[in-house]
Write a protein that binds this ligand. Structure first.
Ligand SMILES: Nc1nc2c(ncn2[C@@H]2O[C@H](COP(=O)(O)OP(=O)(O)OP(=O)(O)O)[C@@H](O)[C@H]2O)c(=O)[nH]1
Length: 312
């Protein structure tokens, strides 16, 4: 397998480590210039297009490693929103490596108003989460952290690891934005419901200070048997994006549509939404709608009400 590795950061340490340890053929590109949140997109577009132009036949995947301090949103949106980029390369997925020993401290860090908590953002946008260094924590600590991660992101698959050791399949060929694979990805885990996690003892954290805390980033899952009116669904999702697009980080759904034998699948990032008919329902299959939303200040009651308004 041929991989091109790109790192956004200040110093080329990891690049040389990767080069000296790797058994796969690789190319290493560094993009080093200051504030990632503001500048990454232009650089990224330029770099990706250059790679495609000059080395198109030399790699199968591009792995982009951001620094631990990066907000992943602008990187993701570059793939969804830049026309040239999306014509040539496809975002496969976001993999977040979580340090089990130190993550909780960063997830709970209180930031000033309007400052994002990068740790929370990196968990929220992930398609896959590698929960690493599990040898350094107790089982209870691991459970509390896993619950906290699931509360933020009820969609990502989580793998426990030591020294980052996971199968290559877990991090490459993820298909996180692939509509054909939404069906298998929206496996809603009922233990991710916000009420469950409130019991797990996190919510009280917010009551003691006035700062906007990023623990307001959470997942809302809806699982409901029934059929929906596609026009109503379109209107609802459009309205939702218009009103809350900025706060909606990711959404995915598998829907049962009135008058159709096929599932309807959709996925979105902020204001970008894709949807199409998916696989056919089995003759005796229960038509269960499954939707997951990840975002900031999500109002579960309103989301459920909006969904119910689309039922026929
Ligand atoms: N005990 C233990 N140590 C680990 C594990 N994974 C990594 N380390 C060690 O932790 C130290 C720091 O490594 P990392 O936390 O992976 O640092 P890093 O991700 O390269 O750092 P950045 O890329 O700058 O975020 C190294 O000495 C690793 O050998 C693990 O699973 N268990």
């Amino acid at each position: 397998m041929r991989i091109t590795y790109v790192q956004f950061g200040e110093v080329d340490i990891d690049g040389s480590l990767v080069a000296s340890h790797s058994s796969v053929s690789e190319d290493i590109v560094m993009v080093n210039n200051g504030c990632l949140c503001c500048t990454v997109r232009g650089d990224l577009v330029k770099m990706l297009l250059e790679l495609v132009k000059k080395k198109r036949d030399k790699f199968d995947h591009i792995v982009i490693e951001t620094t631990g301090l990066a907000n992943p949103a602008p990187v993701i949106e570059t793939f969804c929103m830049d026309e040239l980029v999306s014509r040539h390369v496809k975002l496969d997925g976001v993999v977040t490596l979580v340090d089990a020993k130190h993550a909780m401290q960063h997830l709970n860090e209180v930031k000033p108003r309007f400052v994002v908590n990068e740790a929370v953002e990196q968990v929220a946008y992930a398609d896959r989460i590698i929960l690493n260094k599990i040898d350094l924590v107790t089982e209870t600590e691991l459970e509390v952290l896993t619950n906290r991660i699931k509360h933020i992101n009820g969609m990502a698959q989580i793998k426990l690891a030591k020294f980052g050791s996971v199968d290559m399949d877990f991090v490459l060929g993820v298909g996180g934005y692939d509509l054909e694979r939404i069906d298998s990805q929206v496996q809603v885990d009922s233990s991710c419901s916000p009420s469950h996690h409130r019991e797990a003892g996190h919510e009280h954290h917010n009551h003691h200070h006035d700062h906007v805390h990023d623990s307001t980033v959470s997942s809302v899952s809806i699982v409901y048997e029934g059929t929906l009116d596609l026009d109503e669904v379109d209107d609802w999702l459009e309205r939702l994006i218009e009103e809350k697009g900025e706060d909606l980080y990711r959404m995915k759904g598998v829907l049962s549509i009135n008058g159709s034998d096929q599932r309807y699948v959709f996925q979105g990032v902020h204001s970008t939404l894709d949807g199409c008919p998916g696989s056919t329902w089995g003759p005796d299959e229960k038509r269960i709608n499954k939707l997951v939303f990840i975002g900031r200040n999500l109002d579960e009651t309103t989301l459920r009400k909006g969904f119910r308004g689309c039922l026929v």
